[in-house]
Design a protein around this ligand. Sequence first.
Ligand code: HEM
Length: 424
Amino acid sequence: MASLPPGPRMPRPAQTAAWVARPGPFMLRAHARYGDAFTVRIGTEPPWVMLAHPDAVREVFTGDPAKLHAGKANLILRPFLGHSSVLLLDGPRHLRQRKLMLPPFHGARMAGYRDLIAEIARDHVASWPRGEPLALAPRMQAITLEVVLRVIFGVRAGDRLDALRVRLRTMMERLMGGPSLLAMVAAGPERIERAGLYKPILKPVDALLYEQIRERRADPGDDVLSLLLAARTEDGEPMSDRELRDELVTLLVAGHETTATALSWTAERLVRTPGGWAALQDGGEEYAEAAGKEALRLRPVLPVVVRHLQEPMTIAGLDLPAGAVVAPSIFLVHRRPELYPEPARFRPERFLGDDPQGGTYTWIPFGGGVRRCLGAAFALLELRVVLAGLARALDAAAVEPAPEATRRRSITMVPARGAEVVLS
Ligand code: HEM
């Protein structure tokens, strides 16, 4: 008999409110009370079975992707991302798009992106004000947006770069900030697509992206788009322009604010760790990466990933019914004291040395299995290069000694004051 493990008994609206407002404390309380697997009830979702043990997480990430669908959870983004987005597909169509997209994100490619990322970071940091409180988050967003535009889309300086920068910022603001996402959940993707609700925002963006695709096809460079244009399926098919457009928007939506948030949290934690910024200045890129990884452990940008069960499955010894959702809790796995002693402490040194912490299913800020973040190596490269560059140029101190609270921005968890610092 399939059944669900016990979980918080608060009514659904109260659980929803707790999840939306403060997912971390909500999960910690339920974990303390119910253990490594518990059921929560959120919004109009099917029951979510949260998993906090790395063995259970391994079962999910290595399980049959035909039974564990991930695309469904992102369907509300379809009016923006389009029908070919790798984020929204499951099964053979997902695998086809994912394989086409893997080559430019392979570790061996990262060296080729490094200099341009460093140049972008240097130019931005040089113009930041000194000696007064400033929020890093919007500035980190400006850096990671420029990285998407130039390193991923391969846009070179000129009118199209300026136009896309403005249009995409508007689009992201619409998607991430304010009530849009709730309205999208309520209406559902079909109705929004039929009504053409976001046409005025998307039409000019698409026109610019199709121009960019045509130009790179005629004159390829070292950017991600040029490699996507060269990608072929096993049958020798290239991606269509429509598919390319959808994947470019997907890379923007998946990679821009997430990386900016990880950068902001790393700075927020470092300036509140005695000797933290000095260690970053002495330790160069190696330390920068360790600090970024530790920030992703302690303040994961996405607190969970979810999979929708297409059939009954046994996970963590539990017989779960079809239709349920399993949710590996990134947040809870990262706070297990047997994996990370003194788990609440920010200590980049955990990720340095000969035997660093953070195994395949014990450090999961990028999810796992056939859905693992395609941009993980790219994001870590950005963390290394941007943080080390910033520390080389400037000293940084906290504006207020108290840690910044965690605030929700759409599905991501961001520092409440935007990672405020004073630079000198
Ligand atoms: C620190 C920054 C980032 C974090 C924390 C992050 C996290 C994640 C997570 C948790 C997933 C879902 C994994 C799962 O369901 O198992 C994901 C998927 C994905 N990410 Fe990232 N990501 C980051 C940066 C990026 C960047 C820079 C890119 C691209 C340039 C990117 C592209 C993608 C794509 C395309 C997927 C979908 C993969 C698939 O469904 O097959 N991400 N990311």
